[in-house]
Every structure is written in C-alpha cells, then in structure tokens.
Design a protein around this ligand. Structure first.
Ligand code: B82
Length: 324
C-alpha cells in the first residue's frame, strides 16, 4: 500500500489590498458593520490577474521551494468555482505555463470544500500507485462573480490561491477523512448560473443569478450543524481526541461560524487558525492560504496533528486529519 505526504504549501495573492474603509467608498457599508459581523478587515482584490494566473504563481512557488522539476509532476488538480474558461480547465493552463507536460490535469468543483475534496482525490491517485507527485491548488477570483452593488455579499469575499505538493511517501500522513454532499439545498449558496439559450429556446432567468447568492441564515445553520459532526468524525475514526489536535484550520467564511463551532465542540477558539481578517472568504483557496501562512509563521511542527475542514456550496462539506 502506498501512502501520501503533504510535502509543502505555497500561496499567491494579488497585491491590491482593499480595506473595509476602502469598500465603504464603493458601497453603503462600514468597517464597524463588516468587522463585527464577519471578522474581516481587508481582502485582496485582483486588478489584472485571473484565476489561472493566481494558481500558476502559487504552483510555481511550490516547485521553486521544493526543487522539483515540472516534469516530475504527474497530476495537477485545481479546486475552483471561478475558472477563467468553461474549457480549458485552470489546471491545464497552469500545466502549460509550468511546462509540466507529464501531468494529467483537471478542475474540481466543490466550492469552499474544494481543497479538501481535491486533497482527498490526490491521496487516492497516490495510494493507487498511479501518481508520485500531485499539485493540489485552491484558487479563486471571486471578485468577478460578485454583485458590487450588493453590500450583503460583496464585502465578504477576496481573491487568491494556495497550493500543496502531495507526494508518495513511506509515512502515513493523511490519517482520516470525512466527505459529504447534499444537493437538496443547492440554491442556498450559488453563483454563475448559465441559462439555456439557443435558436430554439431562450430561458427566462434572474439576471442576478450570475452573481454570488447566499441565504446567510440557512447556510450558517448548516455549517454549525455539519462541521462539528465532521470534525468529530475524523477524530473518532482514528481515535485521536481533539485535545491531541494542535490546530483546526476551517474554511475562512465568517468568525461567528467558527465561534459557534468551537462552542458546540466545547473547545477554545485558540485551536482554530483564522486569517479571514486579512484575506476575507477566498472559497477553495482559504484553507491552503491559511496552511501556507501557518507554515511561514513556524506554527506547524513535525508530527503535529491538524484537522482541516471545508464547507460550502453544493452543499458540500468535509474534513481531513493529518499528521505533519
Ligand atoms: S450571515 O448570515 O449574514 N451572518 C450569520 C448569521 C452574519 C453573522 C453570514 C455572513 Br455575514 C457570512 C457568511 C455566512 C455563512 O454562513 N457562510 C457560509 C456557510 C456555510 C458554507 C459556506 C459559507 C461561506 O460563506 O463560505 C453567513
């Protein structure tokens, strides 16, 4: 049996920092409103880089950091809901730019759970013996699917990319996973609706359905119910108690969600790593950006147990427990 190891993390975010005060000049909002309800103080908003560009830069940094040749990469998986094109995939564009000609490439759509789903997929390709080196990227340019006149949503999101190099290993690093989907509630969090339009039919549709739409209360309740269950599921599967887990890295949606999750699990907020004050909600990119930042700050030590937990549109949710 083969095992996979997460060898390194990287990130790339656009330079353009937009603070809550900056936003209050664009829409009717305030720093006080945004910070108290969400914990967000600023976000990165792309000026010229689209999703593939952010993802390429993050993956390039990963190769530079690990010294791997682009030709050593067997697979590139990009988790995104803000692809540059319907086809080609972001992963193919990244492969072309990297010169990773041996890599099989595809994108994966699981919204804010995308990075957890993609990491799980990479793990399976490595465990089957099909791949040795997989680049997993979560990357988004959410700013292009926001209604900048809707103050309830446009203040929440940011742009960026984070990536992980997953390699074949003797050590077992991914200890447990728990993945779920529930399509019944798909309308409570959606974006990018494409209506049927052809010479034979012209669908009537709501113009706003292209933009990010969320039923805040409904998805908040979903996250606070399902995420603690999923965290307990991964820890229970391998008999690792939450007191043995050094950090829980949640999808960076909203600090109130994380406070409610901590309360439900009766654990301190200190166990949760949060950086949404700096980057806002970057969907599939939020977990790898957080992991990379933790690595940069020296917060992740060898043998530390870490749980990542994603939740988002689909609805989708899932967690992974790994030993670093
Ligand atoms: S909110 O509904 O407006 N609210 C919670 C009651 C404010 C305190 C809200 C806000 Br503001 C921001 C995010 C959420 C939320 O529930 N987000 C999610 C929930 C599940 C899955 C994904 C997300 C996400 O935002 O990515 C609610």
């Amino acid at each position: 049996m083969y095992n996979s190891k997460i060898a390194a993390f990287e990130k790339y975010v656009p330079d353009n920092i937009v603070t809550n005060d900056d936003l209050s000049k664009v829409v009717d909002t305030s720093d006080e409103w945004i910070s108290t309800r969400t914990g967000i103080k600023q976000r990165r908003i792309s000026k010229c880089e689209n999703t593939a560009e952010l993802c390429f830069n993050s993956a390039k940094r990963l190769l530079d950091k690990t010294g791997l040749s682009p030709l050593d990469i067997d697979m590139i998986i990009t988790a995104t809901i803000t692809s540059d094109y319907m086809t080609p995939s972001v992963a193919c564009i990244v492969q072309g730019r990297l010169g990773a000609e041996n890599a099989v490439c595809f994108d994966l759509s699981a919204a804010c759970s995308g990075f957890v789903y993609a990491l799980s997929t990479a793990d399976k390709f490595i465990k089957s013996g099909a791949c040795r080196n997989v680049i997993v990227i979560g990357g988004e340019t959410l700013s292009k699917i926001l209604d900048w006149n809707d103050r309830a949503t446009c203040v929440l999101f940011g742009d960026g990319a984070g990536s992980a190099l997953v390699t074949l290993s003797d050590e077992k690093m991914i200890l447990a996973e728990d993945l779920h989907s529930d399509g019944v509630k798909f309308e409570s969090l959606s974006a990018g609706y494409v209506p049927v339009k052809n010479p034979f039919y012209n669908e009537k549709f709501d113009e706003n359905s292209f933009y990010m739409q969320m039923n805040g209360r409904e998805i908040f309740n979903f996250a606070v119910k399902k995420v603690p269950e999923s965290i307990l599921a991964v820890s229970g599967k391998v008999n690792v108690s939450l007191s043995e887990v050094k950090y829980i890295v949640p999808h960076q949606a909203n600090s109130r969600i994380v406070e409610s999750i901590a309360k439900k699990l009766k654990i301190s907020m200190d166990k949760f790593y949060l950086n949404l004050d700096k980057f806002g909600n970057t969907s599939a990119a939020s977990i790898p950006i957080a992991l990379c930042e933790m690595e940069e700050k020296g917060l992740i030590k060898k043998d530390d147990k870490i749980i990542i937990t994603g939740f988002g549109g689909g609805l989708t949710w899932g967690s992974m427990l790994f030993k670093m």
